[in-house]
Structure formats: C-alpha cells, structure tokens
Write a protein that binds this ligand. Structure first.
Ligand code: ADP
Ligand code: MG
Length: 289
C-alpha cells in the first residue's frame, strides 16, 4: 500500500468534515455495505422539546415538571435537558433529589423527600403499572411520533411527559447519497416503535426500536455477519455497538466516550459527510491497488 495515497485520502476527508483515524479505518470504510444509525442525536438533532405535560389527579403541571426536572438534573440525556428547560420556563422550583442514577435505555431514577421517583419509557414498565387510561394516552402520543415518558412516585404514575425531536436537515440527503453508493441504512433506537416508525418512514429506511444498549450490539453483530456494517452514534449507550461494528463513526457533538470509541467522526455533525467519507475511502483503495 502507498502511504502517500492514504495520507492524501485522510486529508481530503478531513477537509470535508469527516475525520478518519488512520489507514486501517479508511480501508474498512471502503468496504462498508450497511450503515446503522442511532436515532436520537444522530439522525435527529437530539434537541427535543416537551410538547405535552399530563399530570395525574391531585398534582399540578408545575409540580410534575419540578419532580421530573429534579431527577433529570445532572443527566446528559437529550430528553433530560428538554425536561429541565421546560421546568425552568414554567418557573418551577426544583426539590432536592438524592441518589440520582441513569438507567441506560430505560430512564432515570432519584429520591425526593424519601420517595423514589422514576422516569421511565412506558415500554419498560411492568404491564400492570399503567392503567388502560394512561396506556391510551401513551399510544396517542407515540402514534404522533412523540416520545412519552412516565413519571412514577413509589411505582405509581404521577404523570406523563411527551417530547419531540426534529430530523437533521441533511438526514434525507445523507440516506439518498448512501443509497446511490449501494449502501443500505438501518435505524437502531431505544425509542418506542411507534415514534421510530414515523421517523424511519420519513427517511425510507428500516428500523429496530425499543433496543437496550446491548440489543444494539446484538443487532450490529447480526448485520455484520451478513454485510460489512458501520455504526454511527453519539451517546455513551452507542459506544458498545460502535465497537461491535466493522467501523464506528461518532457525531462531532457526541459524548467523549463515543468519540474515543470511534474509528471516524463527523465534525460539524454533517451526516452527508458519511457518503463523502466512503467515496474517498473507495477512491483511495482503488489508487492503492
Ligand atoms: P436512543 O437510542 O434513541 O438514543 P436511549 O437508548 O438513550 O435512546 O433511550 C431510550 C429510551 O429510554 C428513551 O426514548 C426514553 O424513553 C428513555 N430514557 C432514557 N434516558 C432517559 C432520561 N434521562 N429521561 C427520560 N427518559 C429516558
Ligand atoms: Mg443517541
């Protein structure tokens, strides 16, 4: 192989906002046939906003937001930021939450006034934890492409919050350009199947929803056995799947863990940079042979 061709390939990619960490990564990129995308923060901007606040009887909207925001404080999850912002806009004074901990792929938990407050994806709760009325509410919100989270106090629902995120403005173009290169896109998400379907249909790609971080690893391993697969993500929860893929690509705005794990990164979060990266990788490969 000629080091000069590799060096100029890497430099060309860097100029286009695609950082590739070395010749081995470049070579792997040239062989990619399937690309798996994380949803939140990768295909979408990762800046959701709260669209609905539905408290249970006996609790106000502001109280619900205050409880939720207090538990989310300190979490780096995009949903957490949205809930904290909304509580701030409503002028809710946050109570003190202790023992906060993130439950990857599920939600977050903390203790307020000696009571455990859990914020959870509805699909991760036990069947009997949600009444039919709450279940219907969740279904309506999710069918509208929203992400619903349930706030529970000592295991009893005290309200629902719904959030919605927007697609990155170059997501459709990125998928189209990959299709032109003969590369298939698949969306992997921890989000609910109904909201996932709404977004995947807009992009015209396959999807797997309701995935825990370890399910993403399994999905990648299975895809990789059929076709050389790359994984693009932004979160700590994506890092194991990025490692399991033939090549891991991080969004430039991604968490440090994602950026460290990755073989390549999209600076400025330009999704169209993926197709450019692969184009350059193939051209470099052709030059070497
Ligand atoms: P994605 O794969 O779309 O990036 P995650 O695996 O991070 O999603 O999260 C999956 C689901 O778990 C979210 O859609 C949400 O329902 C729930 N969840 C995760 N973290 C939080 C949090 N901090 N607050 C509320 N819900 C959360
Ligand atoms: Mg993400």
């Amino acid at each position: 192989s000629t080091p000069a061709a590799i060096t100029s390939g890497l430099a060309a990619a860097t100029r286009r906002g695609a950082l590739i960490k070395g010749g081995a990564a470049l070579e792997q990129l040239g062989r990619v046939q399937t690309i798996a995308f994380d949803k939140t923060g990768t295909l979408t901007e990762g800046k959701p906003t709260v669209t609905d606040v539905l408290p249970a009887d006996g609790i106000s909207e502001q109280q619900l937001l205050a409880l939720a925001a207090a538990v989310e404080a300190g979490s780096h999850h995009p949903l957490a930021q949205a809930i904290i912002n909304r509580a701030g806009e409503n002028g809710a004074a946050l109570p003190l939450a202790e023992n906060r901990r993130a439950l990857a792929g599920i939600g977050v938990e903390g203790v307020i006034n000696g009571k455990t407050i859990l914020i959870s994806a509805p699909g991760k709760l036990a069947e009997n934890q949600l009444s039919p009325t709450w279940r219907n509410q969740v279904e309506t919100l999710e069918t509208a492409g929203k992400t619903a989270v349930v706030v529970l106090e000592e295991g009893v629902p005290v309200g629902l919050l719904a959030l919605r995120d927007t697609l990155r403005n170059d997501a459709r173009q990125a998928i189209a350009e990959l299709a032109e290169l003969g590369i298939r896109g698949v969306m992997l998400t921890g989000d609910n199947p109904r909201a996932a379907a709404a977004i995947a249909n807009e992009l015209g790609i396959d999807y797997r929803a309701g995935l825990m971080p370890e399910d993403k690893v399994q999905a990648i391993t299975a895809l990789n056995q059929q076709q050389q697969t790359a994984m693009i993500g932004d979160g700590i929860n994506d890092a194991p799947a990025m490692k399991a893929a033939s090549i891991g690509i991080a969004m430039g705005s991604g968490t440090d863990v994602a950026l460290e794990t990755a073989d390549a990164a999209l600076t400025h979060n330009r999704l169209v940079g993926v197709a450019e990266m692969i184009h350059i990788a193939r051209a470099t490969h052709a030059n070497i042979r």
